[in-house]
Design a protein around this ligand. Structure first.
Ligand SMILES: [Zn+2]
Length: 299
């Protein structure tokens, strides 16, 4: 799946698998300053704000380029670190400060930080009966961090899942079958979960939660439908509210769209926490998956 336009940090070709690997392990963030590198504005325009940088330069004359490692090794994920443009410039212009050893330590520390953010509870099989919403770019990133193989599906220029037509059904079935057998790391939301337990960047699984819907618009109004964070589903948990931002492009079927517009809907889902606002008593999340819980599941 294309995540965006890649800017090569030099002329050497880096394999797609290696790029995806470092983006996944990095949680899409700069390994030095941790700024988010994959952004999308209210018009749906995406931007990639960073580079796949070499630790040892691909050329002997580049930064840290006099190390004794071969060309093929220099292009592998082992020799790459995901950086924002500012940190990339700083690191490449100060090779005495940012040695190979310093960069490897920096990358290890960042990968550990990302893993910690994923939560410590191992969910045994998410178990969906079917999926109503699949945010493919977010799901893709989560899958690489978790080292699971989600369907590598070619959208062929389709801008919504619905535009895939008959292939949409196949896509949903493929995602459902992977999610129902894999064990995934995520926190698990219950009625007792307090707002203090959330951290930005966490993943949380919700099971059989009744959500209310608000301003879920049709496919025709894209991208207006999700401008200003107004297209949401939400649920009140005692003293705080969980708000899930919905991008209607990833609603899987017209039937689901109608159900989402109808007022309330019982869902299972995997959510990425974007923002915690304790003073307003709300947590803002982006769902990766929403669906109907599998009634036959043990949990
Ligand atoms: Zn940075």
């Amino acid at each position: 799946m294309e995540i965006g336009l890649y800017l090569m940090s030099d002329r050497q070709r880096i394999s797609e698998a290696d790029r995806r690997f470092i983006i996944g392990r990095s949680g899409g963030r700069c390994n030095k300053c941790r700024i988010e590198l994959f952004v999308q504005n209210e018009f749906g325009e995406k931007a990639r704000l960073g580079d796949d940088a070499h630790i040892v330069a691909s050329s002997d004359y580049g930064p840290r380029g006099n190390e004794e490692i071969g060309q093929q090794q220099r292009r592998s994920a082992d020799n790459l670190i995901l950086l924002c443009k500012t940190c990339h410039s700083e690191i490449d212009q100060q090779p005495n400060k940012f040695t190979e050893e310093v960069l490897l330590r920096m990358r290890d520390a960042h990968y550990r930080w990302v893993e910690e953010r994923l939560g410590s509870t191992k969910v045994t099989k998410l178990r969906f009966h079917y999926l109503s919403y699949i945010n493919i770019p977010r799901a893709d990133m989560y899958a690489s961090v978790q080292s699971i193989a989600l369907p590598n599906f070619n959208l062929n220029g389709a801008e919504t899942i619905r535009q895939l037509g008959i292939n949409a059904g196949r896509l949903m079935a493929q995602y459902t079958s992977v999610l129902n057998v894999e064990e995934l790391y995520s926190n698990v939301l219950t009625d007792e979960t307090s707002i203090a337990e959330f951290a930005e960047g966490d993943y949380w699984f919700v099971n059989e939660v009744l959500f209310r819907t608000k301003r879920i618009a049709g496919y025709d109004n894209l991208p207006d439908a999700w401008r200003d964070d107004e297209s949401v589903i939400y649920r009140d948990f005692g003293d705080w509210r969980l708000i899930c931002l919905i991008d209607p492009r990833w609603i899987t079927t017209t039937t689901t769209l109608v159900e989402f517009q109808s007022g309330s809907y019982k869902l299972a889902g995997l959510l990425h926490i974007n923002r915690i606002e304790p003073e307003k008593g709300r947590v803002i999340a982006s769902p990766l998956f929403l669906g109907s819980p599998d009634k036959g599941a043990s949990r």
